[in-house]
Design a protein around this ligand. Structure first.
Ligand SMILES: Cc1cc2nc3c(=O)[nH]c(=O)nc-3n(C[C@H](O)[C@H](O)[C@H](O)COP(=O)(O)O)c2cc1C
Length: 336
């Protein structure tokens, strides 16, 4: 059975790729993911805030040390004397590359096209095979139109592209008025792929303490249907890679996203809950399903139920909504 897939210009042994999570902070967990069959690993994100804080702290430190004598500068400590988040990140890329055989994708998480993106060069030099960019931007400014939000994504993409020649994967939020148009635009501006979709973690309210509390509700398989629709709509219409993230817990979830047209399916919550070995269970389930269906390669699976391939493409759009509403049945004894 041929499970290989192409993603961001890389050939993967299969399409199961753990997405950014704390698992990649540990070499042991990454080894276990590789042993379980992972096709590649996306690392946890290096956050713009962490890089900026570090840079600002270093500038302040050096400034306060300045004695006013030119020669004194040579006694100042080197940036590398204080390994911070950036250095730890670069070291982890190098460690994973030296210890594992599968591709390692680094991840940057930020919202501005500033100088922090120049660290992408160091990420490339540390050995990353590709770079994922997660623009986790909450458009809370009432004066900012949607076009300005999209322009921000493009600006960050341009800054990165001018800094490095690695393939760039954009991890997108679903909260755009035209997801499909944005994906095509990102492709035209040089993105090698998109990961659909980033989850926004919503703050919750504790009604007893009357305080806000951060909430990170684990996903469920039902969440995967969001990416499934958009990947089905995009498959065959864009040439960049399509990755599905959010709610992929089981082999059945993975198969659905591949049938819709995903080049890779990402797992995160399922692996954090059940451990890296769960990936082997999902992989075995995908293989068993392919065997049952008489399918011999991922190429035969991918996009088989994309919008372009199904008998009634409108089912991915409004028509399905009307049918679903009509078919809903209220609970016993509830009269509507
Ligand atoms: C604990 C935790 C940490 C995460 N860290 C990152 C991160 O550093 N960068 C990032 O882009 N996504 C991060 N994510 C998002 C995941 O990669 C994934 O896209 C999201 O959780 C949806 O997939 P899932 O339903 O399989 O969890 C994190 C998710 C969780 C639960």
């Amino acid at each position: 059975m041929d499970l290989t897939t192409q993603w961001l210009g890389l050939t993967l042994r299969n399409p199961l790729v753990p997405s950014a999570s704390p698992l990649s902070r540990s070499l042991d967990a990454c080894r276990r993911l590789e042993d379980a069959g992972a096709g590649a690993i996306v690392m946890y994100s290096l956050f713009e805030e962490a890089v900026r804080v570090e840079e600002e702290a270093m500038v302040r430190f050096l400034h306060h040390q300045d004695t006013g004598f030119g020669e004194a500068d040579s006694f100042l400590p080197d940036h590398m004397d204080f390994p911070g988040e950036l250095d730890r990140y670069l070291e982890q890329i190098a460690t994973l590359k030296a210890s594992l055989g599968i591709p390692i994708v680094a991840s940057l998480n930020g919202v501005t096209p500033g100088g922090w993106l120049q660290h992408a060069r160091e990420i490339r030099d540390a050995g990353a095979d590709a770079l994922e960019l997660n623009v986790y931007y909450v458009a809370a400014d009432l004066a900012q139109p949607g076009t300005a939000v999209e322009a921000r994504y493009l600006e960050v993409l341009h800054s990165l592209r001018s800094a490095i020649d690695l393939p760039i994967n954009l991890k997108l939020s679903p909260q755009f008025s035209s997801v499909a148009h944005l994906v095509r635009t990102l492709e035209q501006h040089g993105a090698a792929g998109v990961a659909l979709f980033n989850r926004f973690y919503q703050p919750d309210i504790d009604v007893h303490s009357l305080r806000l509390m951060p909430a990170l509700h684990p996903s469920t398989s039902a969440d995967a249907l969001l990416a499934m629709r958009w990947i089905a709509i995009l498959h065959g219409r864009v040439a960049l890679s399509l990755g599905a993230t959010g709610g992929i817990h089981t082999a059945e979830d993975a198969v659905k996203l591949l049938l819709a047209g995903a080049d890779v399916v990402h797992l995160c919550t399922a692996l954090l809950k059940r451990g890296p070995e769960h990936l082997a269970t999902v992989l075995a389930g995908v293989e068993a399903w392919m065997e049952e269906q008489g399918l011999e390669s991922i190429d035969e699976v991918r996009g088989r139920l994309s919008q372009a391939a199904v008998a009634n493409p409108a089912e991915f759009e409004r028509a399905q909504y009307v049918q679903v509403i009509d078919s809903f049945r209220s609970g016993a004894g509830v009269r509507v």
